[in-house]
Write a protein that binds this ligand. Structure first.
Ligand code: ASP
Length: 312
């Protein structure tokens, strides 16, 4: 599906995977659509007010992190040890400045922690206790395990442990945007793969793997089996196809996701180019996703189906 260019535009995702249509109740579908819609409206309000793409993706991802349905921030999945380790990144397409945190626990909004690394440190990526200490020193909001933990994630973890293997379910949230000045940005945040080995870091906080933005090409936020996204340099590969092969965003994004599928790598991405064209491909049964363009209403979808339009 091709989505026409616009003055400003924003796309979000809430993870890709085996989302079973028949097992998703009407109420659950409505809750996912509402969560995606809230994120689009939060980011859209920034863009409609003349704000920057960077602030828009941060606002959209904070909304998704705060929603316990999605695997990021509140509602993040647990490691094999039953703990939380979160990954997040943000990138500014104007100058490729980026900030990220990995395997961090404590900051209420990991994407805000990533933003702090970008804005207030000379570094790109901080991990674990060092990242938490940096955020604490910056006065960022922290939360206790009870805030992040949901009954559904604890059940997922318990069942995985009973089967004596990691549950392996995934999910992530992310956003890409183009503002009225033509600037691009991307942000991604995740609890990572459920039951992961403590210390494991996925693609989400890695520039060029799960997150990338450059005004000259595109902004990308990915979701899926992180090890494949790291090895295939997915987010950068989409941008490289635009820069070096002159491909359209649609074509480049579809090719990268198809190549990944051929290797057994499950997932999808949302991407936006410098003209505000969007691409939201995935190779899994479903991907929670949505987009909003200047002058339009939020569009959200889960499976391969017509987008649901929210009249707000
Ligand atoms: N990409 C994330 C990771 O591997 C998980 C996901 O997007 O589903 O940590």
């Amino acid at each position: 599906m091709s989505i026409e260019p616009a003055a400003f535009a924003l796309a979000v995702h809430g993870g890709a995977g085996t989302i079973r249509r028949e097992r998703t109740s009407k109420a659950a579908r409505a809750a996912y659509h509402a969560g995606l819609c809230r994120a689009l409206l939060a980011g859209g309000a920034v863009l409609a007010g003349g704000g920057r793409a960077l602030d828009a993706v941060a606002a959209a991802v904070v909304a998704l992190e705060d929603d316990p349905l999605f695997n990021a921030g509140r509602g993040a999945s647990l490691t094999a040890a039953g703990t939380f380790e979160m990954d997040a990144a943000i990138m500014d397409g104007r100058d490729r400045r980026a900030g990220a945190v990995a395997a961090v626990f404590g900051p209420k909004n990991p994407v805000t922690a990533a933003r702090a690394v970008m804005d207030a440190s000379p570094h790109v990526l901080l991990v674990a206790e060092g990242a938490a200490a940096f955020c604490r020193a910056r006065g960022l909001a922290f939360a206790e395990p009870q805030y992040f933990e949901t009954e559904a994630r604890r059940r997922e973890w318990r069942e995985g442990m009973e089967r004596r293997r990691a549950p392996g379910g995934h999910g992530t949230v992310g956003a890409v945007a183009r503002d009225c000045d033509g600037n691009l940005a991307a942000a991604t945040s995740t609890g990572g793969i459920a039951g992961k080995v403590p210390g494991r870091v996925g693609d989400s906080p890695l520039v060029g793997a799960g997150t990338f933005a450059d005004n000259r090409t595109c902004a990308v936020s990915a979701t899926g089996h992180g090890e494949f996204f790291i090895r295939w340099g997915v987010a950068f590969e989409v941008a490289a196809r635009l820069a070096h092969l002159g491909q359209t965003l649609d074509r480049a994004a579809a090719a990268v996701i198809a190549e990944l599928a051929a290797q057994g790598g499950e997932g999808g991405l949302v991407a936006i180019d410098r003209d505000g064209r969007l691409a939201l491909p995935f190779n899994t049964p479903g991907m929670y996703r949505g987009y909003l363009k200047s002058g339009g209403a939020p569009h959200t979808a889960i499976w391969d189906e017509p987008y649901c339009v929210s009249r707000s």
